[in-house]
Ligand binder design. Sequence first.
Ligand SMILES: Nc1ncnc2c1ncn2[C@@H]1O[C@H](COP(=O)(O)OP(=O)(O)OP(=O)(O)O)[C@@H](O)[C@H]1O
Ligand SMILES: [Mg+2]
Length: 373
Amino acid sequence: MRLLSLEVQNYRNIASASLTPGRELTVICGNNGQGKTNLLEAIWLLTGGKSFRGGKDAELVRRGEPFAVLEASTLRAQQEEQEPDTPNRVRMTIGMPDSARPGRYAAVNGAPPKRAAALAGSFPAVVFDPGHLSLVKGAPEGRRRFLDAALCQLYPGYLATYRRYVRALQQKNALLRHSSTTPERPYAEKTALLEVLNVELAAQGEAIQKRRRAYLEQLGPLACANYAELSHGAERMAVRYAAQFEPGGLAALLRARQNEELRAGQSLCGPHREDLELLLDGQPAKVFASQGQQRSVVLSLKMAEAAAAARITGEHPVLLLDDVLSELDEGRKQYLLTRMKEKQTFVTSCDDTAFLKTDGEVYRMNGGVLTKL
Ligand SMILES: Nc1ncnc2c1ncn2[C@@H]1O[C@H](COP(=O)(O)OP(=O)(O)OP(=O)(O)O)[C@@H](O)[C@H]1O
Ligand SMILES: [Mg+2]
């Protein structure tokens, strides 16, 4: 996947900017608070997803302006070979362009605009943002979200499975929470309802775990190899899926723990309670990893996410790396800089010294104004 050009208008602190990225590396440098992450975020929105920084769409529009516009031309790998002169043109509006419904809309090649979510899959990208460091230190939920988000991008059916699971889980938790049986709902009726929900949970839960396990079989070795190279073998990373059940075993597990769940008043088992274990030299990274090591783990996972997507879909995602070099030692920085030359990569940095030697395109962002160096 390649971004050929991007024009930005009234996006956050950027009144107007024009970016012509390199084939491989594009660097956006500048001081704190100047708009570097904003530009990276604008590129990310071309995926059709929400901002990786969270928040509301309205916050993306420059204060005082009704709407923002992103205009991009992109090329898929296949087009690159067959029709490099006819890239896709995407025009996205954010906010209220003609006082119609607010939101993000995108028009591709002049067709009528659709909701931006319809772009899903057309511009694959992987983003590293310092917020992702919580993948190591944070709660299991963040690690599950990492897996599930990647799977949603890779397999269109996964989101539907996931939603069915969540809906059944919500119903089950509501049922378990109101645990006292009433004359209107005797114990037998309640357990019967629970069993019905557990059938659905077992079916969807097995499908979720199966996808996660298969994905980790690809992602894990790639991430560990990345880590070995990044750290020059200083530590060994390992990735393990912390499962609650073996394939085919969820229905039995739900039956076995039904009374416990009734007593606890909440659901206790299923893929929503599983985790992705990240280990360094056999120890949980969550407890023992240093700042630089945590960053290295997350980067290794993110680069593996891109490589796995390339294998599965045949399209290598664009890499967006926000403030990636800080806290890394010289060896790790150099390794990353060489990796960034492999595929189209955008990187922001406060410190441009590391990049001045590279042969990428270097831009400076200053108060929302982008200039090419
Ligand atoms: N909707 C908006 N309208 C105008 N300005 C905005 C809007 N949203 C954010 N900003 C401004 O954008 C600036 C932050 O930009 P950004 O996060 O891209 O900085 P950065 O260059 O990445 O900085 P750092 O190096 O600290 O990460 C802030 O000064 C903020 O006030
Ligand atoms: Mg930033």
